[in-house]
Design a protein around this ligand. Structure first.
Ligand SMILES: [Zn+2]
Length: 145
């Protein structure tokens, strides 16, 4: 069962593939936000996970700054639970947005978005459910574990 006792208000990002939470924290903007109260639980036991392990991230207080759009493309199993006054008021799986704007950078060094500083980083979902850079068609890949 989800243990949310220590959070009164905030969100719990659960069912993260074990070993990927640290990389995820960077994409979510947690690493860059030095004032946020964040708990990271690595290798928690999970009956649902094929490996029997999962990572969990808990964010106390206002979580509206979190870049939750990235979750859906990273790992469709991730759930986000909103906690208010110690109660889980909402549990959802993030839906992948059609477009990711200035969330991730294109890895193609020859891409116009890598060369031009003021160029927006835009990825659009293609018919196979993968994101591609709108400038060079480079497929978005998740940070290696
Ligand atoms: Zn590109």
């Amino acid at each position: 069962m989800l243990n949310i006792d220590e959070i009164q208000n905030g969100i719990v990002i659960d069912h993260i593939k074990a070993g990927t939470a640290v990389g995820l924290m960077e994409l979510l903007g947690i690493t860059q936000n030095t004032s946020a109260s964040v708990a990271l639980i690595q290798n928690a036991r999970s009956a649902k996970s094929p490996t029997g392990r999962k990572d969990i991230i808990k964010v106390e207080g206002d979580a509206s700054w979190l870049n939750l759009d990235v979750l859906a493309y990273l790992d469709p199993n991730i759930t986000v639970t909103t906690i208010r006054d110690g109660q889980a008021v909402q549990k959802e799986k993030p839906r992948p947005p059609r477009r990711l704007v200035n969330i991730v950078r294109c890895r193609n060094p020859r891409c116009i978005s890598s060369i031009e500083e003021e160029c927006d980083q835009i990825f659009e979902m293609s018919s196979n459910g993968k994101y591609r850079c709108i400038y060079c068609e480079q497929e978005l890949s998740v940070k290696p574990e």
